[in-house]
Write a protein that binds this ligand. Structure first.
Ligand code: GLC
Length: 546
């Protein structure tokens, strides 16, 4: 392993800005319409220049891609569509040389039905040790599946096979759940972690980190309007079971074995859609995971009081266990925040295509939100394309929809493809430099994205990209930013968020309708919109040196 040039600070992850790469849609070097590892390598200088500290790469493993790669057939290799292990090694080395750390995605709740252990379980038959690694059960006496649990993408969470048994899949039918009570499963994931840590990855994002442990009694979930509920109530049979913490403590000990290597400690970030923050805090106690995405801000309307409450509640609870907050505005599962913020806030997270949206207001608020996110204490995540101000693509033709929700919902839920449209890099028409030549990407790009390419924005000092670059540069320079504490400025008018970070930094976000005066004796470091007569307009943020 090459000695990395990344900063060897033990706590880099507490304030890191991490850029999420969705490999299928990031950059296509070989021109087959699908992004690849060589494509990511080619864009590393762009990411270093943007000023992020690390990259999280969504699953890149061999997979039939029935859930975009979150259906893993082999945890120790690279999907041949994306490249080879040698490409991954080269990526890790080149990223480190540029000062960028690499996080990859661990999918421990389920695998793909193409995983050899699942194929062996199907072949071995009822009652076999191979089936014990998953959740195979007989029908109830009346022929129903073992529980009433709903699958995340529609339909039941159980699939029946030819011999009459059912297997559990909390997500797609192609994603059988691992049995985490089985020693083989525990040992296998220990080994997978070491495999990638030994190759130099700096950490893992843990997919659905709250669901691996199940209540072995397999109780039904309550009904809501006659349907089994998706609500994650306390005591739920497969969400937030106490057993998940034993798994995380075990993984933390493995990561800590690497603390003395030149690149420093290896880290975890949990994906757990758990609210309120008291519950999330359990995942980031000492000796568990390092950080956990806070999705409460992502789900919060563009409203000063609501945002302040979420920020306070998050920091209070995470700081109480010694963990930093980890802010996130968008990812590959959610409607892009430029679009969300351009909507009536009650409907912001509604499914694509059915709610009217003002993308200009959305863009202003996305700019303001970027300065808010990057000024808050802790770490922050940026989803690919958010730095360009990409909107959700809401009019993808039905025949290209790929998210399993579309089929499983009987064509009622369009799903998450609208935030996964391939990146526009350059040029004036699709594929906008996503791949070489004129071959089109796996999801079609809108005809009006020419002004949103990285190339177009790089040469425009007013662009969204320019704002992100400036913000990330200032964030590195300012001692006050990153890890630390914040103090609300209680004299801020209604509808305004204003907070101070020591030493000498203030962030003001105007969520009201009128321009506001800024405090005296301050110097403007950066603003998301031009000030008007020295005042901060509506839906804008400013960073001040005080
Ligand atoms: C996580 C992923 C999502 C995936 C699901 C099942 O929520 O972010 O994309 O579909 O887990 O793995």
């Amino acid at each position: 392993m090459t000695e990395p040039s990344t900063r060897p600070v033990d706590d880099w992850w507490r304030s890191a800005v991490v850029y999420q790469v969705y490999p299928r849609s990031f950059s296509d070097a070989n021109g087959d319409g699908t992004g690849d590892v060589t494509g990511i390598r080619a864009r590393l200088p762009y990411l270093a220049d943007l000023g992020v500290d690390a990259i999280w790469i969504s699953p890149w493993y061999p997979s039939p891609l029935l859930d975009g790669g979150y259906d893993v057939a082999d945890y120790r290799d690279i999907n041949p569509m994306f490249g080879t292990l040698a490409d991954a090694d080269a990526l890790i080395e080149e990223a480190h040389a540029l000062g960028l750390r690499i996080l990859i995605d661990l999918v421990p709740n389920h695998c793909s039905w193409e995983h050899p252990w699942f194929k062996a379980a199907l072949a071995a038959g009822k009652g076999s040790p191979e089936r014990d690694r998953f959740w195979f059960r007989d029908s109830l006496p009346d022929g129903r599946p073992p529980t009433n649990w709903p699958g995340a993408f529609g339909g039941p969470a159980w699939q029946q096979i030819d011999d009459g048994q059912w297997y559990l899949h909390l997500f797609d039918i192609s994603q059988p759940d691992w049995n985490w009570d089985h020693p083989d499963v525990i040992a296998e994931f220990d080994s997978i972690l070491r495999f990638w840590f030994d190759r130099g990855v700096d950490g893992f994002r843990i997919d659905v980190a709250d669901s691996m442990a199940k209540d072995p009694a397999l109780p039904d979930v309550p009904l809501h309007n006659g349907q089994p509920t998706h609500e994650k109530f306390v005591g739920h049979p497969y969400y937030d079971q106490p057993g998940v913490h034993l798994i995380h403590q075990r993984w933390r000990a493995i990561a800590d074995e690497y603390a003395d290597t030149p690149q420093g400690p290896r880290v975890f970030v949990a994906e757990a859609w758990l609210s309120p923050a008291e519950r999330l805090a359990q995942y980031v106690r000492p000796h568990e995971l390092h950080s956990a995405f806070n999705f409460d801000v992502l789900q919060c309307p563009w409203d000063a009081k609501a945002l302040r409450d979420v920020i306070d509640h998050t920091t209070e609870n995470l700081w109480a266990v010694g963990a930093p907050a980890t802010w996130v505005l968008s990812n590959h599962d959610t409607i892009r925040h430029r679009t969300r913020y351009g909507r009536d806030q009650r409907e912001a997270l509604a499914a694509a295509g059915i709610v009217s949206t003002d993308l200009e207001i959305g863009l202003r608020r996305a700019r303001a939100a970027a300065l808010l996110e990057l000024a808050l204490p802790g770490g922050a995540y940026v989803y690919q394309g958010d730095e360009l101000g990409l909107p959700e693509v809401e009019d993808l033709p039905e025949e290209v929809l790929d998210d399993p929700s579309w089929e499983r919902s009987g064509h009622t839920v369009r799903g998450r493809d609208g935030c996964r449209v391939p990146m526009p890099w350059s040029g004036s028409e699709p594929p906008y430099g996503f791949g070489p030549g004129e071959g089109q990407p796996w999801l079609p790009q809108p005809a009006d994205w020419a002004p949103l390419t990285a190339e177009a924005e790089a040469s425009d000092p007013e662009s969204h990209l320019a704002l992100y670059r400036a913000a990330l540069r200032i964030r590195r320079e300012q001692e006050a930013l990153g890890e630390g504490r914040m103090t609300w400025d209680e004299d801020a008018p209604a509808g305004v968020l204003s907070f101070t970070r020591d030493p000498g930094f203030r962030c003001v976000v105007n969520l009201g309708e009128q321009p506001i005066e800024l405090p005296d004796s301050t110097e403007v470091l950066l603003s998301s919109e031009p000030l008007v007569d020295g005042r901060l307009p509506a839906d804008a943020s400013v960073w001040l040196q005080v």
